[in-house]
Design a protein around this ligand. Sequence first.
Ligand code: NDP
Ligand code: 2IT
Length: 446
Amino acid sequence: MKNQYMLDVLESVKKRNPGEPEFIQAVTEVFETLEPVIDARPDFVAAGILERITEPDRMIYFRVPWVDDSGKVQVNRGFRVQWSNAIGPYKGGIRLHPSVYGGIIKFLGFEQVFKNSLTTLPMGGAKGGSDFDPKGKSDNEIMRFCQSFVAELYKYIGKDTDVPAGDIGTGAREIGYMFGMYKKLTDEWSGVLTGKGIPYGGSLARTQATGYGLCYFTNAMLRANGKSFEGQTVVVSGSGNVALYACQKAQSFGAKVVAMSDSNGYVYDPDGIDFEAMRVLKEVKRGRIKEYVDTHPKAEYHEGCKGIWTVPCDIALPCATQNEIDGESAKALAANGCYAVAEGANMPSTPEAIEVYFANKMLYGPAKAANAGGVATSGLEMSQNSIRMSWSFDEVDEKLHGIMENIFAACDKAAKDYGMEGNYMAGANIAGFLKVAEAMKAQGCV
Ligand code: NDP
Ligand code: 2IT
């Protein structure tokens, strides 16, 4: 990056956000690709768009006390960052994981602004969460935590204000408990959360949406480069909501998914992952991935989740967490012939890994474009709640498919327009940014 103004803004972002490397990483990546836009748009400089877009509208930190099954009081920290409502109500998931702190929520909230813009639906960007660890907790403990979390959060959210949803550690069960508590506190039934259960306002296909959307995006990217999923070997990291449905859709497109993981290790199945067995193990039994080999004797379990990137594949779909592919893992992928990486997780590739993708001319589908199908379908859930209607699975899936095709087309076009053909990372950042920047400029300095 040569633009001195951008270097100065980035320097000030670094100074103001000490100890938050993930947030700095996300901002740096966006800035590095926005340079040609800022060079061409002095009006954005005059309007202070970069200074404003790197500072959230507000950030809420709160205590979440709850009583465990032994009667002991536990205290976690809750977060909600409301980043930008320039183009619609704040919107973004809630992450429950012991690694959560302000910097993680900020990187996710910042990314969400551009992602939501790419969906073409009217949604601003937000993120929330807690350092609560759902692993090993009983259903009642999960419920008491969720109720306490919402007893504070409800003051700040609303169907036209801020609409949270799921993320790591937050699925339909948690959203159900949160929705119940919101309703009790406000005496209002509204589409204040998405990812709800189907009997009470959830959208069909929201569960599948992020994984399916990832494959729709990847399919479009492959097609534009003369390739397809058919007959390809695929590795999917993670085995949660996004990973499971990415596996299912990739298989339906004719690919063979040979490996999946959790934070302890990975399984390799030379016959291809048995999707239904994996879904029941992870979604219904809430088991660990190593149990898969108990019923699939040809499959192997390996300790350590990083090893999954040494499994030879044509296409890699990282669907677990941030920075799960480092430079070394990216080199292993490239050396084994992998030619495409598309991100289901948020920021799963380190900057070094991304350099390796470009150096090896691999196709690279960045998270904020490739995994936007989840939040896009959340937007469709909001629409259904507003018009008091429920669309069929096929109707929602078809809309999702169209949105993902359009997102790929927008990334492809923006990259071409700014002289970076094939760089979908730059295309996603530019296309996502332009809409928000225009909206911010039009609305004045607020
Ligand atoms: P889940 O909680 O359903 O699954 C998370 C998966 O990732 C699990 O297999 C988990 O393993 C693994 N994982 C989590 N943290 C780590 C870690 N620190 N190291 C290694 N593995 C880890 O979450 P989702 O599937 O919903 O989310 C996965 C990713 O997709 C996240 O980056 C999320 O932000 C992103 N995303 C999610 C969307 C959604 O709609 N849910 C939408 C867009 C993006 P274990 O069980 O061992 O913890
Ligand atoms: O990262 C994400 O886009 C999500 N976790 C989904 C957010 C949403 O509001 O559906």
